[in-house]
Design a protein around this ligand. Structure first.
Ligand code: HEM
Length: 236
């Protein structure tokens, strides 16, 4: 008669290990999205340069444009996920991606600001559009300061300190204020280029900041539509 054997005992998977794996998956998704957007941005600006000016060259000014655009797209995606989750009815899973997309967008925005102010002047290059007017400079810097503040606030320890409802409200309103400022910064610098594209379609490729700004505008509109839908639901 064969003896029944107990199944092999697997080491218990503690909650900490599972949580660490989830967090690292969230980081890798956000970093992969940013890396994909950045590489696409570099290639796009490289080809656009040739379409626009008939020369093929790649330097840090194009990297800087791709950094600014990637930052705006990541932050806009982070904010848009709330509305997408609400209307698609796919609650908590999509919502978990928001923090990591926003943080990666902030770090890339910081890199973009540093390249503008420190790296380009040190290498003797200058951006195509100089943010030397006060509104363009101030809106970019104000957006960075807000996102830096939100990055600190987003820590779990701070959530416990402030209290859940106030914490969520600060992140929500701060996030949309930062997104509007970042979009205004891009618009102040690139409005002429966007307007020229819409009027003449010349050059055939618009600045990548145009679709990035449209994604940011869509994120804000989605949130407004969500607020309206929630109010209507509450009224019954
Ligand atoms: C989160 C913060 C920021 C975001 C999301 C952001 C985003 C952008 C975007 C989308 C563009 C347009 C890229 C293009 O199509 O050419 C841009 C351009 C630019 N930004 Fe920012 N920016 C931020 C912060 C800053 C800061 C702090 C500065 C420095 C004061 C700055 C200076 C510039 C300059 C000079 C350009 C023109 C680059 C060029 O045309 O070559 N930005 N930014």
């Amino acid at each position: 008669m064969s003896k029944r054997q107990d199944p092999p005992v697997r080491p218990a998977d503690d909650g900490g290990g599972r949580r660490a794996r989830t967090v690292s998956r969230l980081w890798s998704r956000a970093l992969a999205t940013a890396a994909g957007t950045f590489v696409f941005g570099c290639l796009y600006f490289f080809v656009r340069q040739s379409v626009k000016e008939g020369v093929w060259y790649f330097d840090l000014t194009l990297v800087n444009k791709a950094l600014g655009t990637t930052s705006l797209v990541m932050i806009a995606l982070s904010m848009a996920l709330t509305g997408i989750a609400f209307f698609a009815g796919r609650g908590s899973r999509l919502l978990t991606f928001r923090r990591h997309h926003g943080l990666v967008g902030f770090w890339i925005g910081l890199a973009h600001g540093a390249v503008n102010h420190l790296v380009l002047p040190a290498t003797g290059l200058r951006p195509e559009e100089k943010a030397e007017t006060l509104p363009a400079d101030a809106t970019g810097l104000a957006a960075l300061v807000i996102f830096g503040f939100l990055a600190i606030i987003s820590l779990a320890e701070v959530k416990g300190f402030i209290g859940g409802q106030a914490w969520r409200r600060i992140l929500r309103y701060g996030g949309y204020a930062g997104l509007v400022l970042a979009t205004a910064h891009a618009a102040l610098l690139k409005w002429g280029s966007w307007e020229n594209f819409v009027r003449t379609f010349d050059p055939a490729m618009p600045s990548l900041s145009l679709p990035a700004a449209l994604i940011a505008a869509a994120a804000v509109l989605l949130r407004l539509a969500m607020a309206l839908a929630m109010r209507r639901r509450a009224r019954g």
